[in-house]
Write a protein that binds this ligand. Structure first.
Ligand code: FES
Length: 530
């Protein structure tokens, strides 16, 4: 019987099931939990979730779900069999995924503007996967409260390209995407204000940083040009607007600042990264990397800035890895192979049986397999270890865990290794091209700065071992956390920061890798494992 792939959000877990299984059964098979008080009879209405694509509603759906929700694809998991590849969003799970909120910055460089007494502002890091909001006192810069949530647009796909496709192909697609985010931000703003006990009228400014696609989708700006080469943004300059113009109901009269977009895939979040670390003033040679589905790379050659975006794909987020998942409870986060003959040592998020493997462990696994000779420098799995076996569907696989939360094996396949090699080659090639263009080599680098969730949770030693990073010493690598969020705070507090950011459009040299003569050959050279 034909099998279909079901991908669960927000965990990113996936499973292949035949058309006899219901979505409720598929959820149980991957070890997730969904309330099902009536045991699948279709009467309790507890097992609702979002299906994409959504099948025709059944009588039971109609009875338990509002027409608005039905239109959004909400269905009862117990009432539908898996008849097509489907994305399933299990809603109301705020906070379950490990969301990076903390960051390191040179915040002292940004002195809050005068006149902010008794006023507050909200800095927002609008990411493709997550939204992080910070409430700050505008006079002192003191953070009153913070809140993180998943970006509800994830229902339309994990990466920016699927969102752009939805916005351009579907009638009302763009409005729908924007509304999802503004509704979430409205709810987060209300919670921040409520928990801090401040008056809404004292909230006077907001700053929103995000990649160019998130920025354009929020503003309902034309995104067609982001989907085709040369991937030009339709809005490049910084914007000062109002909450009502952005579509925020909670803060219609609040001033909203959005920093400029440097290029189609290098947006205001990278501006935030540069500002928070003052890469523009550095006296050293620093490579800053924020790895997501796209890896944004910034080179500061003693303050002279250049950047590029490397299409790493979603492997590091677990999306193309057989047992990949996001960093949440049940995810294996670290792997250490002490002896290739014996089970590896693993660390799991939360004190629970493992369900899958997240980005940091994906890097560890390849690094450890390489270190212990389970794979060779080409990434080819060697069947010398007794833990390497032939899986009927996936070929040679390395057994990580014998029995997981769902009584199934968790393994790392030959194809997974290949996906990681391609992803790391894209990042490595981007760094190499930036260095080449600046007339320097990896030996000139003083520091590598890793920003963002992936950069904060990976073990730098493993990243070095697989050649994701240029060959520097461990103590030359710093992990700066949510640098984009720190940049958003600087922009919120300081008019000087906003002024500096405005100039980045002309000051930061952007290199389009796809159009670079040497990119392909450098990329191919970067696929091997050191
Ligand atoms: S389990 Fe009760 S309606 Fe689905």
């Amino acid at each position: 019987m034909k099998k279909h792939i079901v991908v669960f959000e927000p965990s990113g877990l996936r499973i292949s099931v035949d058309g006899q299984s219901t979505f409720l059964e598929a959820i149980r098979m991957v070890g997730l939990h969904l309330p099902s008080d009536c045991g699948g009879a279709g009467t309790c209405g507890k097992c609702s979730l979002v299906l994409q694509p959504a099948p025709e509603p059944t009588f039971e759906d109609d009875r338990s779900i509002s027409s608005d929700e039905l239109a959004q694809g909400v269905r009862l998991a117990c009432q539908h069999r898996v008849k097509a590849d489907t994305r399933v969003v299990i809603t109301k799970q705020r906070g379950e995924v490990q969301i990076l909120t903390e960051g390191v910055s040179r915040q002292d460089d940004w002195i809050p503007d005068s006149g902010g007494e008794g006023r507050y502002g909200i800095a927002i890091d609008l990411g493709t996967t997550t939204i992080v909001t910070y409430l700050l006192a505008l006079d002192s810069g003191v953070q009153m409260s913070q809140l993180a949530s998943l970006n509800p647009q994830v229902v339309f796909g994990e990466d920016v390209i699927s969102r752009i496709t939805h916005a351009t192909r579907e009638k009302n697609g763009q409005v729908e995407l924007s509304k999802r985010v503004t509704t979430e931000i409205d709810s987060m703003v209300s919670s921040l204000i409520e928990s801090s006990g401040i008056e809404m009228e004292n909230l006077t400014r907001m700053v929103i940083v995000g990649n160019t696609a998130m920025h354009h989708l929020l503003l309902r700006a034309d995104v067609k040009s982001l989907g085709v080469s040369p991937y030009e943004p339709s809005i490049r300059d910084a914007l000062v607007t109002s909450g009502s113009e952005v579509g925020l109901l909670s803060t219609p009269n609040v001033e909203v600042f959005l920093p400029p977009n440097i290029a189609g895939f290098v947006g205001g979040d990278t501006v935030g990264f540069i500002l928070s670390q003052r890469l523009d003033l550095s006296e050293q040679i620093i490579v800053g990397i924020d790895v997501g589905t796209n890896g944004e790379i910034v080179l500061s050659k003693r303050g002279e800035l250049s950047c590029c975006s490397a299409a790493a794909g979603p492997a590091f987020e677990g999306a193309t890895i057989r047992y990949g998942m996001r960093g949440q409870e049940g995810a294996i986060e670290h792997v250490l192979v002490k002896d290739p003959e014996n089970p590896p040592e693993i660390t799991i998020i939360g004190d629970v049986p493992p369900q899958g493997i997240c980005g940091s462990a994906i890097v560890d696994t390849v690094a450890e397999m390489r270190r212990t000779g389970i794979i060779n420098e080409k990434g080819v799995m060697q069947s010398t270890s007794p833990r390497v076996y032939r899986d009927d569907d996936f070929g040679l696989s390395y057994l990580l865990v014998e029995e997981s939360a769902t009584s199934r094996k968790i393994s790392f396949t030959q194809k997974d290794v290949r996906q990681v090699q391609l992803a790391k080659a894209a990042i490595h090639a981007g760094i190499t091209i930036l260095l080449q263009e600046a007339g320097i080599t990896a030996s000139d680098i003083d520091f590598v700065m890793l920003a963002g969730a992936f950069g904060s949770y990976i073990q730098p030693e493993s990243a070095l071992r697989i050649g994701l990073l240029p060959p520097v010493k461990r103590d030359q690598i710093t992990q700066v956390g949510n640098a984009a969020g720190e940049g958003a705070k600087a922009l919120l507090l300081s008019s000087e920061a906003r002024k500096v950011a405005n100039d980045f459009v002309s000051k930061v040299k952007y290199i389009e890798l796809a159009a670079h003569d040497e990119f392909q050959s450098v990329f191919i050279d970067s696929i091997a494992l050191p």
